[in-house]
Design a protein around this ligand. Structure first.
Ligand SMILES: Cc1cc2nc3c(=O)[nH]c(=O)nc-3n(C[C@H](O)[C@H](O)[C@H](O)COP(=O)(O)OP(=O)(O)OC[C@H]3O[C@@H](n4cnc5c(N)ncnc54)[C@H](O)[C@@H]3O)c2cc1C
Length: 413
């Protein structure tokens, strides 16, 4: 049976961001529905690899009206625990989620929006796009020129190293995903080479505390989008090179080369079967080391100014990234050394169903801190949407509070 229903607000996406918004709308008595194409926490259930653990400590998964209630606040959740946490949240807040409902089109109407789904249409005055920042794995155009005998895999398709043929693997990208998967694939016995572009190096532990503790306490995670000099660049930065593990070890490039992984520069071209790499590897690493040093300076200054020095270990600095002399600038992929390429080159959202003219030249939704340039339309869950923490579970609460306030004012007139 096909329905045609009315509601004040439609929220698209039953991940933590859509649920946090639902909680805030309920608090304001705004009737709404959350439309989810799969089940609650669908992304974590269907699009992540087996061994993934959150890189944010348990205490840092705070949602409005819900937090960590276990006995390991400094641990890192595995996927089943993450899914359970988000599903328990949906239940606790009695979120009005319509599961297995895929939005296929959103159009502007005189009164607001028409939301077309495979389960009938909805009409609403306001809507929230919380459909995720990572729906599609980015793959550069040059992937089309990779020889056919080499398997190409994205992190969304990757589950574990057993799905790869024996033999060498080139991981392209050295942000959290690339570095984590390079380590796991190497441990499976396959030789791994990582193609390294711009990356953000941070220690897991600093002065006896987790780096996320420092960034949270020093207010860095709360930095607002309108306080940042170049917000467009901040929104494009790769994720921090971090992993969540029981041993709490760092995941920097030195830790990768220390176990035998090779580093090469950013992949820059494909000519016949030859991959070409940028000569910028050393500079990229020096820049990442420099920026890590600046972050630690900021933390140390904050610790001194706020009398935290006495509670923590002394300041320390870390060894620079070591790069082999003359890393190769080319690799003949016909040579047989590489059997698989894993493109860990970032993710992007999918708005192929959004038929409202809100996009910039690059296909990104134009918005001002989540307020989209179409009346009554809001965005959640994007990198640095309103704050540095916006794309993290911990960031959804403050953003949902701010944006639901704006949405309520819009409804009032
Ligand atoms: C690999 C990876 C690791 C991460 N690790 C961490 C971490 O350690 N800590 C942390 O805090 N954050 C982490 N994040 C960031 C972030 O928490 C996740 O991306 C999170 O899933 C984003 O939540 P969300 O609710 O915005 O989007 P999602 O969880 O992606 O939810 C969006 C929902 O919308 C649904 N949807 C999409 N399109 C439609 C449609 N057309 N119709 C109906 N429903 C639709 C999807 O099925 C999905 O359930 C990680 C992200 C990635 C990619």
């Amino acid at each position: 049976m096909v329905f045609d229903r009315r509601v004040t607000t439609v929220v698209i996406g039953g991940g933590h961001a859509g649920l946090a918004m639902s909680h805030c709308l309920t608090g304001r008595s705004i009737d709404h529905v959350v439309l989810e194409r799969g089940e609650v926490a669908n992304t974590w259930k269907t699009e992540r690899w087996d061994s993934l653990r959150l890189l944010t400590p348990n205490w840092q998964s705070r949602l409005p009206g819900f937090g960590y209630d276990g006995d390991d606040p400094d641990g890192f959740r595995k996927m089943p625990e993450t899914i359970d946490f988000i599903c328990r949240y949906a239940e606790a807040i009695s979120a009005p989620v319509e599961t297995h409902t895929t939005v296929t089109s959103v159009r502007r109407t005189d009164a607001g929006y028409q939301v077309v789904t495979d389960q009938g249409d909805w009409h609403c005055r306001t809507m929230v796009l919380a459909s995720g920042a990572s729906n599609i794995a980015n793959v550069p155009a040059l992937a089309a020129a990779v020889p056919a005998h080499i398997a190409q895999v994205t992190p969304t398709e990757y589950r574990n190293p057993d799905q790869f043929a024996d033999g060498g693997v080139m991981v392209v990208g050295a942000a959290a995903t690339g570095a984590q998967l390079a380590q796991e694939i190497h441990r499976s016995g396959r030789p791994v080479t990582v193609s390294v572009g711009e990356h953000v190096r941070v220690p897991r532990n600093y002065r006896g505390r987790d780096i996320q503790w420092w960034m949270d306490r020093a207010g860095l995670m709360d930095e607002r989008y309108d306080e940042i000099d170049d917000i467009n660049r901040a929104r494009r930065l790769p994720s921090l090179q971090l992993t969540g593990s029981d041993d709490r070890n760092a995941l920097d490039l030195n830790s990768l080369t220390g176990i035998g992984i090779k580093l090469i520069g950013r992949i820059a071209g494909m000519n016949d079967s030859k991959a070409q790499f940028s000569g910028s590897l050393r500079n990229m690493c020096a820049l990442a080391d420099l920026k890590m040093g600046r972050l630690l300076d900021t933390i140390d200054e904050w610790a001194s100014a706020n009398d935290v020095d006495g509670e923590v270990e002394p300041a320390e600095r870390f060894a620079p990234t070591e790069i082999a002399d003359d890393p190769p600038l080319g690799l003949d992929l016909a040579g047989g050394e590489i059997k698989t390429i894993l493109w860990a080159t970032g993710f992007r959202p999918d708005y192929s169903w959004l038929d409202v003219p809100v996009f910039d030249r690059k296909g990104r939704v134009r918005h001002d801190g989540g307020i989209v340039g179409s009346p009554g339309m809001y965005l959640m869950g994007m990198q640095f949407l309103r704050r540095r923490k916006s794309s993290l579970i911990d960031g959804a609460g403050d953003d949902a509070r701010d944006l639901s306030t704006h949405l309520a004012a819009h409804l009032d007139g």
